[in-house]
Write a protein that binds this ligand. Structure first.
Ligand code: SAM
Length: 388
């Protein structure tokens, strides 16, 4: 079975190149949405995707052994599209792309690929956009539906970027293409469900990707403070696509900064206190990483069945360090912080058994003292860090 995934623009058959038409003409069966299939004037048997598609996909395609199957996708099949799923699940997949909605929108605006960030909120939480907000940033957001532009405008306004200019492109590349412009804080337009939102960010100042100030987190005091957090993240060494466990996550600050370091980073925050776990979820949304997974439960049981991490931060539940170390993939990093004598002894034992680095960190901040200024020490933290 060969699968040929052909990207089709909103202009349908008329906009397809000759090679793309030839690919479709040589197929035995065509799959797609009813809208997409209606664009293709071929007599080839056509199958409309069921909803939901993903659970049925394997059986649908496997029902045609030895045949050449054509799959219709919109624009670039590997941009937030069916092509990505198919190349992961099947061996013999050819991709024939058309111009994507992102490329069309950039062309309309004169925005280069290099200076434009692309974010998808298709079926996803709109707070993902918050991670990309920065003064003068140019963003293109793939929308879920007609409600997405208003939700994006509301988010921008709440995050101090209400002056940003929005351009909503409807039905790009079709005869019905339309552009709606406005400012985030006063946005009220009704738009077509097939749309893409361009944002010229204005306002801010926005948040740094690393070294977030403590006051951007909602917390009850259980927060790894900025200086210690920076030291922990330096040893955790975030790398694109890697997974962190933040064990005893408190307000979730380490998991959130790990996730913000790169859009493909993933993190699981494990917290036994239900109110704190809920707070982690709220912080993750506000700070632009709503995909962060929160597990409410106590270690070690809460770690059962979690995917193997590339890095672990232990801010609590230190007695489970061995379990975490064993779970790490080769090359993985573990960082643990202790502030009591008892937990420090746990780390001293771990250091004897596994090596790594043991470091004591005492941070003092200058603060008013009478009419003068004096040093106010924070609790000294013992940090154990190790690479597996
Ligand atoms: C699942 S993504 C697929 C993107 C597609 N693979 C591409 O290359 O453009 C669907 C989203 O892309 C955007 N989109 C796709 N085609 C569009 C069009 N013709 N006009 C405006 N937006 C479009 C919309 O934001 C839509 O919700």
């Amino acid at each position: 079975m060969t699968i040929v995934v052909v990207g089709v623009g909103a202009d349908g058959w008329a906009g397809l190149t000759d090679p793309a038409r030839a690919e479709l003409t040589s197929c035995d069966v065509l799959f797609g949405s009813s809208r997409q299939l209606a664009l293709i004037p071929l007599e080839t048997p056509k199958k409309t995707w069921p909803s939901p598609l993903l659970p049925a996909l394997g059986d649908l395609l496997a029902g045609h052994p030895g045949r050449r199957l054509g799959v219709l996708a919109s624009g670039d099949p590997l941009l937030s599209g069916i092509g990505t799923t198919l190349v992961k699940r099947f061996d013999d997949v050819r991709i024939v792309p058309a111009v994507s909605s992102v490329t069309l929108a950039r062309a309309r605006l004169g925005w280069s690929a290099e200076e434009t960030e692309v974010v998808s909120v298709v079926g996803r939480n709109v707070h993902r956009v918050a991670r990309f907000l920065a003064p003068l940033a140019r963003l293109l957001v793939l929308s879920s539906d007609a409600s997405s532009p208003a939700a994006i405008a509301e988010l921008l306004t709440a995050q101090g970027f209400g002056d940003s200019a929005l351009t909503v492109f409807e039905q790009l590349g079709s005869a019905a293409e339309r552009r709606v412009e406005g400012i985030a804080r006063t946005w009220s337009a009704q738009v077509d469900p097939l749309n893409l939102v361009a944002i010229s960010c204005a306002g801010g100042p926005g948040l740094p990707l690393l070294g977030l100030p403590d006051d951007v987190f909602e917390h009850d005091g259980q927060l790894t403070k900025r200086d210690l957090r920076a030291l922990a993240l330096a040893r955790l060494e975030p790398l694109p696509g890697q997974l962190l466990w933040d064990v005893g996550a408190g307000a979730g600050s380490v998991a959130i900064e790990w996730s913000r370091a790169h859009p493909s980073n993933r993190a699981i925050a494990i917290e036994r206190d239900a109110e704190r776990a809920a707070c982690i979820g709220r912080n993750a949304e506000t700070l632009g990483v709503p995909d962060l997974q929160v597990v409410t439960g106590a270690v070690p049981d809460a770690l059962d069945r979690l995917p193997a991490p590339n890095a672990v931060f232990l801010g609590g539940g230190l007695s489970s360090w061995r379990r975490c170390f064993d779970a790490l993939a080769p090359g993985g990093r573990l960082v643990a912080h202790a502030v009591t004598l008892e937990s420090e002894q746990v780390l001293a034992q771990a250091y004897r058994e596994c090596g790594g680095e043991l470091t004591r960190v005492a941070v003092e901040h200058a603060a008013p003292l009478g009419g003068f200024t004096g040093w106010t020490p924070a609790r000294t933290v013992t940090q154990w860090s190790v690479r597996k």
